[in-house]
Design a protein around this ligand. Structure first.
Ligand SMILES: Cc1ncc(C[n+]2csc(CCOP(=O)(O)OP(=O)(O)O)c2C)c(N)n1
Ligand SMILES: [Mg+2]
Length: 200
C-alpha cells in the first residue's frame, strides 16, 4: 500500500520540528499547513515551481558555518524537481553538508490535474549520485521513511530521499500570502533560534 503525502508530511514535521524546512508549492504546502499549521521553521516557496531546492541551497550555504550539524530540510515534488533539475549539479558541486532533500514523488503534477511527469523514467538516486551528492536512497514504505528521516538528520549532505507516494489529497483551503511576509516570518524564527548568528 502506497504511503500518502499527508502521512509523510506529518512524519517530516515531527522529525524536523526545530530545523529549517523549505516546502514546495501547491498541495505540498497546503497539506503541511493542514496537518501542522503555520510553523515558524517552515518556509513555503509559494508558487515558485522549480525553485525550492535552489532556495534551500542558498539557505544551507548561509547557515553551514554557524550551525553545521543542523539540516536544512527540503520537501520537494517530482514535477518541481524536474523543472529545476539543474540545481542537482550545483548542489552536488558545492556539497553543503547540511542539506537534505525529500522528493515526494506521486508521478504527476497533482496540483494542476494529475498530468504525468517524467519521473517514471528518471532514476533520481542515480542522478543525485552522478551529480556528486554524498548519498541518496529510495523510500517505499513507512518503515523505510522512518529510517530515512533519522538517517537524513545525521548523514553528511547533500542527501536526497525519493519517497514514492500515492495521489490521495487532503481537502485543504487555498493558501495565499505575500511571499515577503513568508520570508520575514521565517527570518524572525531563524533569528530567534540563532541570536548570535548573522541572519540577513
Ligand atoms: C513556473 C510554473 N509553472 C506551472 C505552475 C503551476 N503549478 C503549480 S503546482 C504544479 C505541479 C507541481 O508538480 P509536483 O512538483 O509534482 O507537485 P504535486 O502537484 O504533484 O504535489 C504546477 C504545474 C507554477 N506554479 N509555476
Ligand atoms: Mg508530483
Amino acid at each position: 500500500m502506497a504511503i500518502e503525502r499527508a502521512d509523510v508530511l506529518r512524519q517530516l514535521d515531527a522529525g524536523f520540528a526545530d530545523s529549517p524546512v523549505v516546502l514546495s508549492l501547491g498541495g505540498t504546502a497546503r497539506e503541511m499547513l493542514a496537518v501542522a499549521g503555520r510553523k515558524g521553521n517552515h518556509l513555503i516557496s509559494l508558487d515558485a515551481m522549480g525553485q525550492t531546492i535552489s532556495l534551500a541551497l542558498g539557505l544551507a550555504l548561509g547557515l553551514q558555518e554557524t550551525r553545521p550539524d543542523e539540516k536544512v530540510v527540503v520537501v520537494e515534488g517530482d514535477g518541481s524537481l524536474i523543472m529545476g533539475l539543474s540545481v542537482m549539479s550545483t548542489a552536488g558541486h558545492l556539497k553543503p553538508k547540511n542539506l537534505a532533500v525529500f522528493v515526494l514523488d506521486n508521478g504527476v503534477y497533482l496540483a494542476t490535474g494529475g498530468q504525468p511527469t517524467a519521473a517514471a523514467d528518471i532514476d533520481m538516486v542515480a542522478v543525485a549520485k552522478a551529480c556528486g551528492w554524498r548519498d541518496a536512497r529510495d523510500v517505499r514504505t513507512s518503515e523505510e521513511l522512518a529510517d530515512a528521516v533519522s538517517w537524513a538528520a545525521s548523514a553528511p549532505g547533500p542527501v536526497l530521499i525519493r519517497v514514492y507516494i500515492g495521489t490521495k489529497q487532503l481537502q485543504t483551503n487555498y493558501f495565499l500570502e505575500d511571499p515577503a511576509i513568508l520570508a520575514e516570518d521565517f527570518r524572525r524564527w531563524l533569528r530567534s533560534t540563532r541570536p548570535a548568528a548573522s541572519v540577513g
